[in-house]
Design a protein around this ligand. Sequence first.
Ligand code: GTP
Ligand code: MG
Length: 361
Amino acid sequence: MAKSKYEYVKEFETDDRMLRNVYVLVRIDGKGFHKFSQTHDFAKPNDVRGINLMNHAARCVMHELDDILLAFGESDEYSFLFRKSTDLYQRREAKIVSTVVSLFTSAYVYYWNDYFTDLKRPLYPPVFDGRAVLYPSEVEVKDYFAWRQADTHINNLFNTSFWALVEEGGLTPKAAEARLCGTDSKDKNEMLFTEFSTNYSKLPAMYRKGSVLLREQIPKDADKDAIIPTLPETLPGSKSAKVIPAPGLQSGPDPISEPASEAPSGQSTPISLDSPIVVQETVMQENSSNSSSEGKKRSIDANEAEQQDVEEGPAAKKEAPAFKRMKKGVVIDHIDIIGEKFWTGRGAYILAPEKKKKLRS
Ligand SMILES: Nc1nc2c(ncn2[C@@H]2O[C@H](COP(=O)(O)OP(=O)(O)OP(=O)(O)O)[C@@H](O)[C@H]2O)c(=O)[nH]1
Ligand SMILES: [Mg+2]
């Protein structure tokens, strides 16, 4: 076909294909969410409706883009890690970033009323920006997520202390800030406990640790939304996310070891691991009469499970609950991703070596 005389303008486009064989990390962040949260009367310091809506929007992104292995969200931001060998849009940066941002933002607005049930739609359109960062090795990927989760911890402890002083203690914001100036984590924990009877480590893990989206095995017949558990105290009354208030999801005693002194934002802080909430096992327990043994079957692969159903026959099938038939799904949890325990455990699949794929020439 003959080219039009105007077609030469295409030559002005820049080639923004990102380097191959490195991890692609896309982070989105709400623009002016300080004002947005005030305008929409978000609870301070954490609005459970807002957090669950962010989580829902992030899930939509993961459902759409299979190459995302892991996502982490806190406050008004979400990070998405793509597998090293992703060939999505031939790794063109603008296409990838704009797709993530656009899908996230439209889902945020689309599902708004499921969470903010008394307001049909946001009072003005929320805006998110996005960027892509390339990480050459597993070391930087782990440190990246440690950085974001340490940030969650530091900000949340500060905000919890700040709003306790203002809302319960009657201090002005300025006085509260002055009171917290120079304090470390231990001081804040102590203040919350002695002055406001708040045991910080017992606050919902979703506030303290952020939200982690993983790809794991889920029951084959599970509705992709139904598998998303939420802390009982965070039930948003969502219509689209059928929340399972699983018994194992209460925020129990949580021996998080606080950093000795406040690290500046951006510096990894040694936070110890507590017992993670194992979502899959919780779901299984709900369906199972023998929870402890059934819980161990969480790693059964979909084909393997179907095969077992066939081999074991109808008698075995009667005893075996339906969830033996598994598929990969997106699950949400609020666990420590700082430290090796996560990366060698539930997160092991994320950094596992990929099968060699022929690269496009
Ligand atoms: N009250 C309340 N505020 C929240 C919540 N989540 C996020 N925010 C607000 O969103 C802000 C997010 O921080 P930033 O991204 O640094 O602030 P921003 O106003 O979005 O600024 P830019 O990202 O630079 O545009 C927080 O400082 C809070 O003011 C929430 O659950 N409750
Ligand atoms: Mg922001």
